[in-house]
Write a protein that binds this ligand. Structure first.
Ligand code: NAD
Length: 252
């Protein structure tokens, strides 16, 4: 059994990872790390200040992180110090935080993904095929998330824009207001925040005669927890380096 520590264990995703691991034989949560209240958590919990030592004393194999981008630098440093693999789904990372992950990856395996659902992975593949078949079609992206989400657009929307950029050049336009006619080489990026929506992404491709939409809707946060734990199980035996969620599927 792979021994997992959950960073951000009291958060929405952290709690789902904790619960989901109970249904699996290949992974087990042996430690939680939290900066806040932990009343509902039934594993040993340490504050982030005690993390590096706790990772070693609990013989942790991999950290699964869903916290906040400000927490990532210290987390990556602690994983490198303790020699523990790091899987992080935290979004909103800046260049400095990506650099920190690169630095940690010199001594431990590191996998960051803005979306751990297999459905989104399939959507990105379908999007590449659609763009190649439909050159010149207008493309617009819409994402919707719960009303507590901090970063916008979502990390997954960012991944969708990167996928489009692999096929064509464009300018991203964040919403539209007033007199703002659409230019041929732009992609509109539209963001909604409402209720407890787990995550919806839609890519619309259209010319004057037809419309194609690719839509993904996460209906339960367990889908992200499952993907992150799959990633942790896959990552622990790898050499130090940066890895992508897509590599799990290349391995079959
Ligand atoms: P949340 O606010 O419910 O939970 C975040 C938790 O992190 C909180 O409990 C907070 O106390 C804790 N935290 C903050 N600083 C910390 C630190 N220094 N050390 C340890 N814990 C710390 O948020 P959430 O909905 O669980 O989402 C967390 C992150 O995961 C967000 O960035 C979100 O966008 C991302 N997310 C990613 C995926 C994916 O598939 N990659 C899916 C859902 C959410």
């Amino acid at each position: 059994m792979i021994r997992i520590a959950v960073n951000g264990v009291a958060g929405q995703m952290g709690q789902v990872v904790r619960r989901h691991a109970d249904d699996r034989d290949d992974v087990g949560v042996v430690l939680g790390i939290s900066s806040g209240a932990t009343a509902a958590v039934d594993v040993p919990v340490v504050p982030s200040g005690g993390r590096a030592a706790a990772l070693e004393s609990h013989a942790v194999d991999a950290v699964v992180d869903f916290s906040t981008h400000e927490a990532l630098t210290a987390l990556a440093d602690d994983c490198a110090e303790a020699g523990v693999a790091l899987v992080t789904g935290t979004t909103g990372l800046g260049a400095d935080e990506q650099d920190t992950l690169d630095r940690a990856s010199e001594s431990v395996p590191v996998l960051h993904a803005p979306n751990f659902s297999r459905g989104i992975h399939a959507l990105l593949g379908a999007l590449t095929a659609a763009l190649e078949t439909l050159p010149g079609y207008d493309v617009e992206v819409l994402e919707t998330h719960h009303n507590r989400k901090q970063d916008a657009p979502s990390g997954t929307a960012g991944r969708i824009l990167e996928t489009i950029a692999e096929v064509r050049e464009f300018e991203t336009v964040a919403g539209r207001e007033g007199i703002q006619p659409r230019e041929a080489d732009e992609v509109g990026m539209l963001v909604r925040r409402a209720g407890d929506v787990r995550g919806e992404h839609e890519v619309l491709l259209a010319d004057n005669a037809e419309v194609l939409t690719l839509t993904h809707r996460a209906e339960d946060r367990a889908v992200f927890a499952a993907g992150a734990l799959d990633a942790a199980a896959w990552l622990v035996d790898r050499e130090p380096g940066r890895y992508a969620f897509a590599e799990l599927f290349e391995d079959g």
